[in-house]
Design a protein around this ligand. Structure first.
Ligand code: GLU
Length: 433
């Protein structure tokens, strides 16, 4: 099969580490099978529109090395779409969604709903009070055509809803296995909103089909939407793709990973000096491990090994200590010249030769590159300390100063080579003592 995967984030201005894992797994799966990987921008929720978010998303994908075959790219700062199945930005596809929502209306599989948001809120409140599932009560599903036409003619605001049929809805998830839900548990989902934009549900099904997506790989939080999507696939006459829902990413206390407990934005990690290759390695192992004990993998290794059957069902804990350790391993392994280049933004004023020497010592102690700023002070600034602490038991201040100056002179008199060997320095000091 010619595999096609996609990563379709809603542009929020930053990339969540969970989304990075989703993008990576889609990338790895497509590359493993010699298939195509698509970036699509899901921006139909206009109330959440963030200026510049698409550009920032594309840049982050590039920095992370997640090359895609189709989708929006940046050329001289402008968004340019690459690929034959575009547009890849959903807000430019509204005519397409209108066409499919009309098909559903014509088939009797969708209906106009004129209920006001006040009425819907009231309905939900009543259902909650009565401990019933909160669902639309289908008031508008029985309106006759003349009534609907008259209200449309009068420009009454409306949404278009899916008419959910009763009966079992079945699908197979590549991670979780076979799942069956009864249609009676599914709400008559809104497909087109009052502003003329589609909801996520209609847009995702139409686009995945038209873009030839064969495997839908995404976070577990979307699994409850699949029954609605399955109905849409059926009613639109589209074949079902394969679904794979990835386990949640959790805080160490097993709550869902959230901003409150620390950084979640990939851009923030990059800003602190986590290396893209280390972040990729780290997120790859949140839910998948090719061998179980090995921890360091190149993208190529991951690509060779990646397999949906190997994805875990249970949530993966985001352990920052482990990320720090892993990033440290990647820092240690960098060539000195490469390390110097990457550290430069965090230490712009330090002389290059001096910085090189400092890094030779410090590289084993860095968990992320921006830490160099704190470590530099030791080399570039006179230390501040309480002089009393240098006075040895039976000596006095003048004596301590004399002896320490003697050690200082001794150090200066040793050749540079002496500093390559602890023994040489130790020997010289012992002799002095
Ligand atoms: N736009 C959705 C998101 O923000 C995409 C979900 C999906 O992959 O279907 O994650």
């Amino acid at each position: 099969m010619n595999v096609v995967t996609r990563f379709p984030p809603s542009p929020t201005g930053f990339l969540h580490v969970g989304s990075l894992r989703t993008a990576l797994y889609n990338y790895l799966f497509a590359r493993h099978h010699g298939g195509r990987f698509i970036l699509r921008v899901e921006d139909t929720d206009r109330s959440r529109y963030v200026d510049g978010a698409v550009e920032s998303l594309i840049r982050t994908m590039n920095v992370m090395g997640l090359d895609y075959d189709e989708g929006p790219t940046l050329v001289d700062g402008e968004i340019v779409e690459v690929g034959e199945r575009g547009p890849y930005v959903q807000s430019n596809r509204t005519d397409i969604y209108k066409k499919y929502s009309k098909q559903l209306l014509d088939q009797g599989d969708a209906y106009h709903c004129f209920c006001s948001s006040e009425r819907l809120t009231q309905l939900r409140d009543q259902q909650r009070l009565a401990k019933l599932p909160t669902k639309y009560d289908r008031t508008c599903s029985g309106l006759d055509k003349a009534d609907v036409d008259a209200r449309l003619e009068a420009n009454e605001p409306f949404v278009i809803r899916l008419k959910v049929s009763e009966g079992p809805i079945m699908f197979k998830d590549e991670v979780r296995g076979a799942i069956t839900i009864d249609g009676s548990e599914v709400d008559d989902q809104v497909l087109m909103k009052t502003d003329g934009f589609p909801t996520y549900h209609l847009a995702v099904v139409v686009d995945d089909h038209l873009m030839g997506v064969t495997h839908v790989i995404r976070g577990e939080e979307w699994i409850s939407s699949v029954p609605k999507h399955v109905l849409l696939y059926q009613k639109l006459g589209f074949p079902l793709p394969a679904f794979a829902h990835l386990p949640l990413i959790l805080n160490p206390d097993k709550s869902k990973l959230s901003k409150r407990q620390g950084d979640v934005a990939v851009e923030d990690f990059l800003g602190k000096g986590y290396l893209p290759e280390a972040l990729i390695n780290f997120v790859a192992l949140l839910g998948f491990n090719p061998s179980g004990d090995k921890e360091i993998y190149s993208v190529k290794d991951l690509q060779d090994a990646f397999d949906l059957g190997g994805v875990n069902k249970s949530g993966a804990v985001f352990d920052i200590e482990k990320l720090n350790w892993m990033n440290g391993q990647y820092i240690k392994a960098l060539e000195p010249s490469e390390l110097l280049k990457r550290v430069r933004p965090y230490s712009p004023d330090v002389d290059e030769v001096l910085l090189g020497k400092i890094l030779a010592v410090e590289k084993d102690r860095l968990s992320f590159l921006s830490q160099i700023t704190e470590h530099l002070a030791m080399y570039t600034q006179a230390p501040s300390y309480n002089a009393e602490t240098l006075v040895w038991k039976k000596a006095d201040k003048a004596d301590a100063l004399k002896q320490l100056s003697g050690v200082n002179d001794l150090m200066k008199s040793l050749g540079e080579e002496a500093f390559d060997s602890v023994e040489l320095i130790e020997g010289a000091i012992k002799k002095y003592i």
